[in-house]
Design a protein around this ligand. Structure first.
Ligand SMILES: [Fe+2]
Ligand SMILES: [Fe+2]
Length: 374
């Protein structure tokens, strides 16, 4: 027979802790679970002290998870496998499970607050949505752009830049757009959209400048390793946007973000770990979700989401230059950072190129000082 205990943990979340051995006819335990699920929208089920159980417990958990958001605390591999099979998330401790609720709450609050902000009404945002849709077409784009002289001239300028090397000058907007194609146009609209996000998130000048430096340096690294133009353009855009989640967190939750900054400054905790403690979620995850919701290309949301951990090896060509640039800048600015020389060597190895620098730190500093254009 299993025993159980119900308590309320910090943050008001209910936890049921099951111990002993749960049998298939453990009616009292199952009744307690059903009762809990009738009353609560979310609950933790702690199985750390459970020695063994029949499958009925998991069937029961699956049933109640239809109406109650359940997170399971378990360390036994067979329990974890069974939970994952029925779509239940598992955590090694009550604290990590509770943090995950906090993270979900942060995310849903952020998304609902984001709905009320004017950035999604911007023209650049509507243009991104159009070029991302299956019925994107040039005549419609031209109609949407007709009153935006700033964007029109950017498109013409880019199409007539040496990289696109047209035989004759693109003179109409339509010619310029055809020369560029949808992917570069989408990048151009994302730059413009990000500018309005940057203006909206306002006061965070240092994060914006960090993004601009990261964009320039990451692109310089990619170019130096012989990456083609299209790859360099992607790296530059990721560099610019990689911390957009941090901007959003700092904007929507300024007081809590002060606590994050305090931990970064005083305890020398990396920002993403401090965010986990305060918000239950990291800026990479927020940034990746925002990039996805805003219909940015997949590579952006994937690499933004992975820019500190580098777990997704198949994105290395894009993520490594950003990782190296970001950590160089954090180190330069006295923020906690990860070592990056090995990753830089790994990137050049991947690109089959020779590292062109003898004194990396000084040469990077020099590059950033001379290249001011953004
Ligand atoms: Fe970051
Ligand atoms: Fe960063």
């Amino acid at each position: 027979m299993a025993e159980y205990q119900i308590n309320t943990i910090d943050g008001g979340i209910t936890q049921i802790s099951v111990s002993g051995s749960a049998e298939s006819k453990d009616a009292e335990l199952f009744r307690a679970l059903s009762h809990l699920s009738n009353k609560k929208n979310c609950a933790l089920v702690n199985l750390l002290e459970l020695s063994e159980t029949s499958d009925d417990l998991f069937l029961h958990l699956e049933d109640i998870s239809v109406r109650t958001k359940i997170k399971v605390i378990a360390k036994k591999p067979e329990f974890i496998t069974k939970c994952n099979k029925i779509g239940l998330q598992t955590f090694p401790s009550t604290k990590s499970a509770a943090l995950s609720y906090a993270g979900e709450e942060t995310l849903s609050l952020l998304i609902s607050r984001l709905r009320d902000v004017p950035i999604l009404n911007s023209e650049a945002y509507r243009l991104i949505q159009h070029v991302s849709s299956p019925d994107a077409n040039f005549p419609e784009l031209e109609r949407m752009l007709q009153n935006n002289s700033g964007l029109c001239s950017q498109i013409l300028r880019t199409a007539n830049s040496p990289y696109f090397m047209r035989a004759s000058k693109a003179e109409t907007l339509q010619q310029a757009m055809v020369t560029l194609g949808f992917a570069p146009l989408r990048q151009l609209f994302i730059y413009n959209f990000y500018n309005s996000v940057g203006n909206f998130f306002g006061a965070q000048k240092s994060t914006i400048e960090h993004g601009q430096d990261c964009a320039r340096l990451a692109e310089y690294i990619a170019k130096s390793a012989g990456a083609p133009y299209s790859e360099c353009a992607k790296v530059r855009l990721i560099g610019l946007l990689h911390d957009v989640g941090r901007q959003a967190l700092a904007f929507f939750f300024p007081q809590q973000y002060e606590r994050v900054q305090h931990m970064v400054r005083v305890e020398k905790k990396p920002s993403f770990l401090a965010e986990l403690v305060v918000f239950g979620i990291e800026h990479q995850k927020i940034g990746s979700i925002l990039a996805h919701r805003w219909n940015f290309p997949d590579y952006l949301s994937k690499v933004i989401g992975d820019h500190h951990y580098l777990k997704a090896k198949d994105w290395n060509k894009l993520s490594l230059p950003v990782f190296c640039a970001n950590n160089f800048l954090n180190n330069r600015d006295g923020e906690p950072s990860s070592p990056f020389y090995q990753k830089l060597e790994g990137y050049f190895f991947l690109k089959r190129a020779e590292l062109p620098w003898k004194d990396i730190d000084n040469e990077f500093l020099e590059y950033l000082e001379q290249s001011q254009e953004f």
